[in-house]
Design a protein around this ligand. Structure first.
Ligand SMILES: NC(=O)C1=CN([C@@H]2O[C@H](COP(=O)(O)OP(=O)(O)OC[C@H]3O[C@@H](n4cnc5c(N)ncnc54)[C@H](O)[C@@H]3O)[C@@H](O)[C@H]2O)C=CC1
Ligand SMILES: O=C(O)C1=NCCCC1
Length: 305
């Protein structure tokens, strides 16, 4: 979308949803993750995001600039996340992505960031599963029933052939509402333990700040895409799980600054997912693996630019 005029293009949520397909996004994101992990500053510059905590409202504002020289992408995302009470009509995650002309510095596009965040995050988890899930993966389990749960359901069922999909949400009726909106069969589970027992792939996409997923319930060799708990004092996974698994991250610096599951458990980071993509670190599929996702790189606008 080349915009040479003075006024930036403005795309709302529906337009972004229509234009941003997983077919485009997944391979582009995989390539970008690989480039990022080379730490070759001439390819991708992306500092750890700045976060402004908004403690009195259980939220934060994140500022996420990035420059992808080869692709000519200069952009920043601004995102807020608020822990909302169950049933709140407000979205927990809201965002805008600004694209700049890398030579001239003017703003070329203003994009709704909610759909970008949903799809980009789910695409990153799908890439982690592509490399790290057990070879014979039959059961997918999703913890949470919000925006990320939905985008993860969409891309995981699109890319992989699971025989069974389960969902758990802290209020069972919310899990039922979630399932009612989907096309395929999904089993609503009444506890995290029931949902995750025997699952090959587990997605944690909740707003929790305390562990909800415990290592003793997880099938050895399972792959966990841990999407929530993006603050240094928030958790979704317990110490046993974190310490016993092979832990992959999107960005080492980001994880050490922001992931409560890593910082508070003392778990060692084994590799960045980009290092696996580049063939520099093995994908230990036979072990229990955790991909701790933080979203800490702004390839959000990649396939729209
Ligand atoms: N890693 C990444 O790149 C990204 C991570 N996130 C994170 O993903 C998580 C989910 O985000 P959204 O789906 O946008 O939020 P959402 O509000 O749409 O859904 C949150 C879900 O978590 C559940 N939940 C909230 N508090 C809980 C608790 N204490 N225990 C158990 N379940 C709880 C809610 O019932 C709901 O099902 C958040 O933690 C958010 O920060 C969001 C965007 C990108
Ligand atoms: O990468 C993002 O976008 C987000 N990451 C953590 C939670 C809010 C959104």
């Amino acid at each position: 979308m080349e915009n040479m005029s003075e006024s930036p293009v403005i795309l709302n949520k529906h337009e972004v949803e229509r234009l941003l397909s997983y077919e485009d996004l997944v391979p582009l994101l995989e390539s970008a993750m690989g480039k990022f992990s080379k730490r070759d500053g001439s390819e991708i510059i992306q500092p750890v995001r700045s976060v402004v905590p908004i403690q009195q409202h259980n939220g934060f504002l994140g500022l996420m600039p990035a420059y992808l020289a080869a692709e000519g992408i200069l952009c920043t995302k601004m995102v807020t996340f608020y822990q909302r009470p169950e049933g709140s009509s407000l979205p927990s995650t809201q965002a805008v992505v600004l694209l700049f002309h890398p030579e001239r510095g003017n703003i070329t596009a203003i994009l709704d960031g909610e759909a970008i965040t949903s799809k980009r995050t789910a695409a990153a988890s799908a890439i982690s599963a592509k490399f790290l899930k057990p070879d014979a993966s039959e059961v997918l389990c999703i913890l949470g029933s919000g925006q990320q749960a939905k985008s993860h359901y969409d891309v995981f069922t699109k890319l992989f052939a699971f025989k069974e999909v389960r969902v758990w949400s802290r209020r069972k009726e919310m899990a039922q509402v979630f399932v009612n909106d989907l096309q395929g069969p999904v089993r609503v589970c009444s506890s995290v333990k029931k949902a995750v027992m025997g699952a090959d792939v587990i997605i944690t996409a909740t707003g929790s700040s305390q562990p909800i997923l415990f290592g003793e319930w997880v099938k050895p060799g399972a792959h966990i895409a841990a999407v929530g708990a993006c603050r240094p004092d928030w958790r979704e996974l317990d110490d046993e799980l974190m310490q016993g698994a092979v832990v992959y991250v999107d960005s080492r610096e980001g994880a050490m600054a922001e992931s409560g599951d890593i910082i508070l458990s003392g778990a060692q980071i084994y590799a960045e997912l980009g290092e696996v993509i580049n063939g520099c670190s093995p994908a230990q599929r036979e072990r229990t693996t955790v991909f701790k996702s933080l979203g800490n790189y702004v390839f959000q606008s990649y396939s729209l630019s």
